[in-house]
Design a binder for this molecule. Structure first.
Ligand SMILES: Cc1ncc(COP(=O)(O)O)c(C=O)c1O
Length: 446
């Protein structure tokens, strides 16, 4: 398993042949000093698709088409275009995005940005009722800060004290992740006070994939609405939002969906909720009367009726370019099959390293690491470096960077590695594992 011929054999049998559809940064442009992986002109090892996905090669021409349309037609490109008029540029994207999250075509809107969509969804679905005592939002402790701020500020917008009206569920002392039972127990014991449960699908720090179906069903049995932040789940794991009867979900597209920094985001609203009041805007209005500038809002049935503004055309074609790759790769189930294999391979390699959780190293206060990502996960593995009060993680990260590996660090002690199935290889996993081991051999404790 840990020799290069095995990794090469796995690469040669890889059925997801998409790597050549992406621009992969070169060692020289990521300032790799002395990569053993190859010289300055060789592609670096990019294990950071959980943070910012790589740029599809088709993106540039997709953007150029729109820039040309703007240059050639000006405002007329809204209706006159060589490809898709701007006025309906998002229409073919919604159904493709729906496939990614397991939704019906009319349950997904491609719009805004993630935190913007979270606020929009909360204004529809967070309805604290002081008279019944159902006022609280439950989510995981150490959720991504933007979610935390969104939940707290939504409480304040309703005149409620967030310290009282939010409930954060924490892992048991000495553990890093939550069990499904813990979450269900927390919902059960707070059921009469909960207005909403809103966890992330995959926890950004630990990489834990929550049991979306079970948690959603359990909360529904107690008449509690359930939403999900799928930033780290969309394009990474198989989702069945419609079948799981999730009330709403939001996600960004610049991670596993490769739409570029700050790309346009996604909103899912289950078909059972289409008539709920929302923050309305003209792009959610019936397109046949939109330009009649009528006074009364006539929403498009489904999630598209939640759109507000005319979308960024440039952002829309970026996400469209990436979704076309998802389609040619065989869709989410084919991609997830590889994801499980390649992450499983990296996991096994790491587990077999001498510095993996060795008791004598842990007990003696020497550099080593453990993996805090549980079996329920997507492609990301979170490595926690010991000793905790040292600079071990930072030294390892520098060694990885010097050797042409792009991963990301989450302070204080975690490095996240995401072998992304669309463009990463088994040989890269082997190299990354070797570099983790050689880094730990070199770490100097102060
Ligand atoms: C889990 C999660 N939620 C929310 C956000 C915030 O996203 P945005 O800045 O696109 O609103 C991020 C960003 O990485 C994230 O990872």
């Amino acid at each position: 398993m840990n020799d290069s011929s095995y990794a090469q054999e796995m690469d040669s049998r890889d059925t997801i042949v998409c790597r050549n559809k992406f621009n992969i940064p070169l060692n020289q442009s990521v300032h790799a000093k002395k990569s053993l992986w190859g010289g300055p002109d060789k592609e670096c090892v990019y294990f950071c698709g959980n943070s910012l996905g790589l740029m599809p090669k088709s993106t540039r021409s997709a953007v150029d088409v729109e820039l040309d349309a703007w240059a050639s037609y000006g405002v007329n490109a809204h209706f006159e275009h060589v490809r898709e008029p701007w006025v309906s540029i998002d229409r073919p994207v919604g159904p493709e995005m729906a496939k990614i999250v397991g939704a019906q075509d009319d349950e997904v809107a491609v719009m805004n940005t993630l935190t913007g969509n979270l606020h929009a969804a909360l204004s529809t679905f967070y309805k604290p009722d002081v008279s019944t005592g159902r006022t609280k939002i439950m989510y995981e402790d150490k959720a991504f800060p933007s979610d935390n701020y969104a939940f707290m500020s939504q409480c304040e917008l309703h005149g409620l004290d967030p310290a009282i009206h939010t409930i954060k569920v924490s892992p048991k002392p000495g553990t890093y992740t939550l069990t499904t039972e813990q979450i269900l127990e927390a919902i059960d014991s707070n059921q009469h006070e909960l207005a909403l449960v809103c966890f992330s699908g995959i926890q950004f720090y630990t990489g834990q994939l929550f049991d979306i179906e079970t948690i959603t069903a359990f909360a529904h049995e107690r008449n509690i609405l359930v939403g999900w932040d799928l930033a780290h789940a969309a394009g990474n794991v198989e989702l069945k939002l419609h079948d799981w009867r999730v009330d709403f979900a939001v996600w960004c597209t610049y991670k596993y969906l490769n739409s570029g920094p700050g790309g346009i985001a996604g909103l899912f609203v289950h078909s059972k909720h289409v008539s709920r009041p929302r923050q309305a805007g003209w792009w959610g209005n019936n397109p046949r009367t939109r330009f009649d500038m009528l006074e009364m809002f006539d929403p498009i049935p489904g999630a598209e009726g939640f759109r507000m503004s005319n979308p960024s055309v440039l952002n829309m074609v970026c996400v469209r370019a990436s979704l076309e790759i998802f389609k040619t790769a065989g869709g989410m189930s084919a991609i997830v099959q590889k994801s499980k294999k390649i992450t499983g391979y990296l996991y096994d390699l790491l587990l077999n390293l001498p510095h993996y959780k060795a008791k004598e190293l842990m007990d003696g206060g020497y550099p080593c690491f453990e993996i805090i990502t549980p079996e329920s996960r997507g492609t990301q593995l979170s490595l926690l470096f010991h000793p905790l009060n040292s600079t071990t993680m930072q030294q390892v990260m520098k060694h990885l960077n010097d050797n042409g590996i792009i991963a990301d660090e989450r302070k204080p002690n975690v490095i996240r590695l995401a072998p992304t199935p669309l463009y990463n290889t088994y040989s890269e996993c082997l190299y990354v594992a070797e570099m983790i081991e050689s880094a730990l051999n070199k770490v100097q404790l102060e």
